[in-house]
Design a protein around this ligand. Structure first.
Ligand SMILES: Nc1ncnc2c1ncn2[C@@H]1O[C@H](COP(=O)(O)OP(=O)(O)OP(=O)(O)O)[C@@H](O)[C@H]1O
Ligand code: SF4
Ligand SMILES: [Mg+2]
Length: 337
């Protein structure tokens, strides 16, 4: 459905003037990302703050253009097409659900008129009255009363605004939806309802969903596959159950051990993740994870510090970016018992 091949996104930022010379440096937000999102699947992208998740989403949507690599949708390379120059069909086909529903609605127009405007933009419906009908059906779809059509966004709660965001994303019959932390700005009390709504719409419409989150426990129940990102790289990718059981990447192991578990019968191994994620302005040499990895000693010499590790296939559809041999990765202890 959506192919991403060796994608890079570097931002140029001004460095402080050195010796009177104006210089710029590169923020390596996305370094080398490849994946293929399949039809009707939920692909989760997880990783700590600053690892490049939103940058990846912006390139897919045309809000940023790529520095290198490819994004292929519908047999067309779109990585250099900013959203303004994309075909209407492409824009309607790849839609976004934003983290903060408060920013995406115009306070001066009614909710209904904004959905109708979206339908016009995506050329859905032949006339005004048909678009009004579709708008009302979209409200039904996201389980809001039809009377909400005449409300102003101000009169909506956070959860209700996010339902409108979902309605607008589904308005142009998208084939791919990119949801960037769609629940994290909402009250805990409404998060479950929104995630349930999103998942049921995804299943019914067979839309491909790229679900971005910093939290592995959230994606466990909704993703078919997971890509774990670290400092602009995918360090592990596989089916959801493969990500939660060994073999895993040393970074995934640490993320798993940080998941809070309420059930006292489940024993969890504690893995310490030292220090902060390095700056994307000056990523380390060699393996991106080498400054924090607890397994580095197991690799002979200083290979982790010198060379980018290979992508190892540990099982069908399951890959890990690490110098450790497959046999060693397979001997890793489970995090949960
Ligand atoms: N417009 C920009 N100009 C320069 N640097 C940027 C820009 N946008 C993002 N960055 C940098 O790129 C890196 C990746 O940022 P990004 O927003 O993609 O991370 P993220 O994984 O979405 O983080 P979070 O979980 O906090 O949302 C960060 O180091 C960030 O500071
Ligand atoms: S390559 Fe080395 S530093 Fe990187 S994750 Fe593997 S063991 Fe750790
Ligand atoms: Mg982000």
């Amino acid at each position: 459905m959506l192919d991403v091949v060796r994608l890079k996104k570097h931002y140029r930022v001004a460095a402080s003037a050195l010796f009177g010379k104006r210089e710029s440096r590169a923020v390596k937000a996305v370094e080398d990302i490849s994946f293929a999102a399949r039809e009707a699947e939920v692909l989760a992208i997880v990783g700590e703050s600053g690892c490049g998740k939103s940058t990846l989403a912006k390139v897919l949507l045309g809000l940023e253009t790529a520095s290198e690599g490819l994004v292929v949708f519908d047999h067309e390379a779109i990585q250099n097409q900013p959203v303004e120059s994309r075909a209407v069909k492409t824009i309607a086909s790849i839609q976004m659900i934003f983290q903060n529903p408060f920013d995406t609605l115009n306070p001066s127009y009614s909710v209904g008129s904004q959905i109708v405007r979206t339908l016009e933009r995506f050329r859905v419906g032949v006339n005004m009255s048909e678009r009004r009908d579709i708008m009302l059906r979209l409200l039904d779809l996201v389980k809001l009363p039809r009377a909400f059509a005449s409300r102003s966004p101000r009169q909506l709660s956070g959860g209700q605004k996010q339902r409108i965001g979902v309605a607008r994303a589904f308005a142009g019959r998208p084939r791919v939806i990119i949801a960037d932390e769609p629940m994290s700005a909402l009250d805990v009390s409404v998060q479950a309802a929104i995630s349930e709504l999103l998942m049921s719409l995804q299943r019914e419409s067979k839309t491909t969903m790229v679900f971005i989150s910093h939290d592995l426990s959230v994606v466990r129940y909704l993703a078919d596959r997971v890509a774990v990102m670290y400092l602009g790289h995918i360090v592990e990718m596989g089916a959801t159950e493969q990500i939660f059981t060994p073999p895993f990447h040393p970074y995934t192991e640490a993320l798993l051990s940080a998941i809070p578990i309420a059930d006292a019968r489940v024993k969890k191994r504690h893995v310490v993740l030292e220090g902060e994620i390095p700056s994307a302005l000056s990523p380390p040499k060699g393996c991106p994870f080498q400054t924090r990895c607890g397994h580095k000693r197991e690799v002979p010499g200083d290979l982790c510090e010198r060379e980018m590790p290979p992508t190892r296939t540990v099982a069908e559809g399951h890959t890990i970016l690490c110098h450790l041999p497959v046999e060693t990765l397979k001997r890793m202890e489970p995090v949960f018992a």
